[in-house]
Design a protein around this ligand. Structure first.
Ligand code: CA
Length: 640
C-alpha cells in the first residue's frame, strides 16, 4: 500500500471543533475524571468539493484512538473516552486530572517573589528527563517544558502565565514528582513556594516565553494520506482551556484494485472477479462452487469460510477462494439379489463393494430372493472375500420363487461351500435370518433424511413381503409406512421396455409378486428407476475379468458360467444408475408401467408418473454402450 504524507499550512479550508464533555469515575484513593473528546468537521478538497472516503484518525504519537471514513459530504466525527488511568500514558491531559485531584493546592511552604521572569534554578540528583509543568489550580495545563539533565544545578526556562493568579508548578522525572504553588502577577513577576527539595534559588534573568492563555486557537496538523489524487490541509482547532494534547488527523483516499484467484480453477468462481474500488468501500465477495465442488474457505486478505464475506478496501486486495470436491453423504443401498444362475448379480455386488470402499455408497444390507439353499452363502462368501464382513444378509425363506439347489448355478454353490478359501461360515440359507426381518431391521435403523435406496436385481417377493409386513420389534410401522418413511426410491432391474417379457418379472412362480408389487408401488408413489433387459443386453462385459486372481469369485463364476466371454450387464446397470449420475449415462423416459398376470409389462408415457426407464443416449449425447461397458468392467475389477 502506498502512503503519501504531506503537511502544509493553508488558510482555513475547514473548521474542526473539539467538544469536550466530562463524566466522572473513581478509583481507590483517588478521585479521577473521565473525559470524552469528540472532534468533528468537514474535509474539502482544494477545489472545494467534499473529500469522500477519507480516513480520519484521532491519534497520539503512539496509538490510533478512533478512525472514521468521511461521508458523502466530507463529514467526519471521531471521539475517544479518556479514562483516568490510560490517559496518564496516552495523552497529556491525563496529567491534568492527576494533578488536579491527587495534588490539592496549595501544598504550603515559604512563598518567595520572583521579580519579572520565570527562570528557575533546579538542582537535580541524576541524569534523566525532567518535565516542568505549570497548571491552573483547577488542573489545566498551561505550560510544559522538558529537559535532559545530569547531576548539578541548572537554570531552566519555563513559560509562565501572564494572567494574574495562583498556579501550580510541578517538577517530575527521575523519581521526582514535586508540586509547588506559584503566583503570577500578570507579567510582572511570580512568587513561588519554596520548600526543601528541588527548587533552591531564583534568577533575575529576563527571558521571553511563549504564552497562550487559551483565548486563541492553536495550530494543529492534519495529515493527508492517500493515493495519487490527494490534497493537503491545514486546519485550526478551537481549543478550550488551553489543554495540550497531540491530535493528528490522517486522511486517506484513492483507488485500489481487487484481484481474485480460484484454487483449483475448475472448483468455482468469485464474484466480483476483479475491479477497482474506492478507499473505505466494503466489497462483498461471493464464492460460487461449480457442480460437484464445494467452497472450502478464503485465503489472502480474507480468511475463514464465511460466504459471502465482505472486506474493507484499505489497500490493494488479493483474495483466493479454495474449493474442494463435494463430498455428499453417500447413498445407502439395500441390494435385493437372486444370485442364482446369471453372474451379473455377482458383478453388481462387487461393484457395490468397490464403490463403498471409495465412499460412493453404504451397503446397509443384502437380501437374497432365491429359494435355493446356496445363494445367500455365495453372497456371504463374496462379502468375506472382499473384506466387507458385517454387511447383514437376509434370505428368502419361502419355496416358491427361484431355483432349487440342483437348478441354480453350480458356480454359486461352489463359491458358497468354499469356506476354507473365503473364510465365511454361513453356507446355506437356513443359517441366515429372514429377508423381511433384515429389511425391516435395517430400514428402521436408517435415518429418514438419507438417500436410502433399494436396488432390486432379481425377483420381487422380498419387496412384496416387506411392503406387506406388520409392525414388529424393530418398528411400530407397517411395511408400507416404513418404506414410505425411510426409503428415497427404488432402482429395479426388471421388465423390457417399452414392453416385453423379462425373467425377474415373469418367472412362473414369481410373476404374481411382480403384479402385486407394482400395484403397491403405484400407491406408494416413490420414484422407481427401471433398467430393462434390452438395455443390459446391449452393454456386455466379462472377458476382462480374466485378469483377476484365479480364486476371485467374480472370475470363477464368469469362467464357469460363460468361459469369461462378454455377457450382458443387466444388474450392474442398476448399481451404476443408483450411484452415479444416471442422466449422464442414460436418457430416461417417464411413464406408467403395467404388468399382467404373465409378467408381461407394457408402458404408457406419462410425464406425471413416478416410473422411468433408461436407454442409451442418442448418438453423441452421452457415452456409448461400449464406453459404459468399459466403466462397469473397471468398477467390477476395482480399477477406477
Ligand atoms: Ca439378478
Amino acid at each position: 500500500m502506498k502512503h503519501f504524507y504531506l503537511i502544509i499550512f493553508l488558510p482555513a479550508l475547514m473548521v474542526i471543533l473539539i467538544f469536550i464533555t466530562s463524566g466522572a469515575t473513581s478509583l481507590p484513593g483517588q478521585s479521577l475524571t473521565e473525559k470524552t473528546i469528540t472532534i468533528s468537521g468537514v474535509i474539502n478538497t482544494q477545489n472545494g468539493e467534499p473529500a469522500i472516503n477519507f480516513l480520519v484518525k484521532l491519534k497520539t504519537d503512539e496509538q490510533v484512538l478512533d478512525e472514521v471514513v468521511t461521508n458523502q459530504n466530507g463529514e467526519y466525527a471521531v471521539s475517544y473516552t479518556l479514562d483516568a488511568v490510560s490517559t496518564q500514558r496516552e495523552i497529556d491531559k491525563a496529567e491534568v486530572f492527576e494533578l488536579g485531584e491527587a495534588y490539592p493546592n496549595p501544598i504550603g511552604g515559604v512563598t518567595k517573589s520572583i521579580a519579572s521572569n520565570a527562570h528557575f534554578p533546579v538542582r537535580v540528583d541524576a541524569g534523566a528527563a525532567y518535565q516542568i509543568e505549570i497548571y491552573t489550580v483547577d488542573g489545566k495545563l498551561v505550560r510544559r517544558s522538558s529537559h535532559n539533565l545530569t547531576t548539578g544545578e541548572y537554570t531552566i526556562s519555563v513559560g509562565m502565565p501572564r494572567a494574574t493568579g495562583v498556579y501550580l508548578l510541578r517538577v517530575r522525572g527521575n523519581n521526582v514528582n514535586e508540586v509547588r504553588s506559584i503566583t503570577s502577577f500578570g507579567g510582572n513577576g511570580v512568587s513561588i513556594d519554596v520548600n526543601q527539595g528541588i527548587i533552591i534559588s531564583k534568577t533575575q534573568e529576563n527571558s521571553p516565553f511563549y504564552e497562550s492563555d487559551g483565548s486563541e486557537p492553536d495550530i494543529y496538523r492534519l495529515k493527508v494520506v492517500g493515493g495519487e489524487d490527494y490534497y493537503d490541509y491545514e486546519t485550526t482547532f478551537e481549543e478550550f482551556g488551553n489543554y495540550e494534547y497531540d491530535v493528528y488527523l490522517e486522511s486517506q483516499t484513492g483507488l485500489y484494485t481487487l484481484q481474485t484467484k480460484v484454487i483449483p480453477e475448475q472448483g468455482g468462481s468469485i464474484e466480483p472477479e476483479s475491479g477497482t474500488f474506492n478507499y473505505g468501500e466494503y466489497i462483498t465477495l461471493t464464492a460460487n462452487a461449480s457442480n460437484g465442488w464445494q467452497f472450502s474457505g478464503w485465503e489472502g486478505d480474507l480468511s475463514g469460510d464465511q460466504n459471502p464475506d465482505s472486506i474493507l478496501v484499505d489497500s490493494d486486495i488479493s483474495v483466493t477462494a479454495i474449493f474442494q470436491e463435494a463430498v455428499e453423504s453417500p447413498v445407502t443401498i439395500l441390494l435385493d439379489t437372486d444370485m442364482k444362475t446369471d453372474v451379473d448379480d455377482a458383478g453388481a455386488l462387487y461393484m457395490l463393494m468397490n464403490m463403498a470402499d471409495r465412499n460412493e455408497c453404504n451397503i446397509a444390507a443384502v437380501l437374497v430372493n432365491n429359494k435355493g439353499d446356496y445363494s445367500a452363502g455365495a453372497v456371504e462368501a463374496m462379502i468375506y472375500h472382499h473384506g466387507s464382513q458385517g454387511i447383514p444378509v437376509g434370505a428368502y425363506k419361502g419355496d416358491r420363487v427361484g431355483r432349487n439347489n440342483d437348478d441354480m448355478g453350480q458356480h454359486y454353490v461352489q463359491i458358497a461351500k468354499n469356506t476354507e478359501e473365503y473364510g465365511h461360515s454361513r453356507v446355506t440359507r437356513d443359517e441366515f435370518p429372514d429377508a423381511t426381518e433384515i429389511y425391516r431391521k435395517t430400514l428402521a435403523s436408517l435415518p429418514p433424511d438419507q438417500k436410502n435406496i433399494i436396488v432390486s436385481i432379481g425377483h420381487l417377493q422380498n419387496i412384496y413381503y416387506l411392503l406387506t409386513s406388520d409392525p414388529d420389534e424393530y418398528s411400530n410401522l407397517n411395511g408400507f409406512d416404513l418404506v414410505e418413511k425411510k426409503l428415497d426410491h427404488f432402482v429395479v432391474m426388471g421388465g423390457t421396455y417399452p414392453s416385453g417379457r423379462e425373467h425377474n418379472f415373469s418367472s412362473r412362480r414369481g410373476r404374481a409378486y411382480t403384479e402385486h408389487v407394482i400395484e403397491i408401488l403405484d400407491d406408494l408413489g416413490k420414484e422407481v428407476w427401471l433398467i430393462g433387459w434390452e438395455l443390459g443386453d446391449q452393454i456386455r462385459t466379462g472377458s476382462g475379468l480374466a485378469e483377476l486372481e484365479k480364486n476371485h469369485p467374480l472370475r470363477i463364476v464368469y469362467d464357469e458360467y460363460r468361459d469369461l466371454r462378454d455377457h450382458p450387464t443387466f444388474d450392474q446397470l442398476a448399481v451404476l444408475t443408483a450411484l452415479r449420475d444416471r442422466h449422464h449415462y442414460f436418457q430416461w423416459t417417464r411413464g406408467q408401467i403395467s404388468v399382467d398376470r404373465l409378467g408381461q409389462n407394457t408402458w404408457d408415457d406419462d410425464e406425471n408418473a413416478h416410473y422411468q426407464y433408461a436407454k442409451i443416449h442418442e448418438d453423441g449425447d452421452g457415452p456409448t454402450a461400449d464406453e459404459i461397458a468399459e466403466i462397469i468392467l473397471n468398477i467390477m475389477m476395482n480399477n477406477f
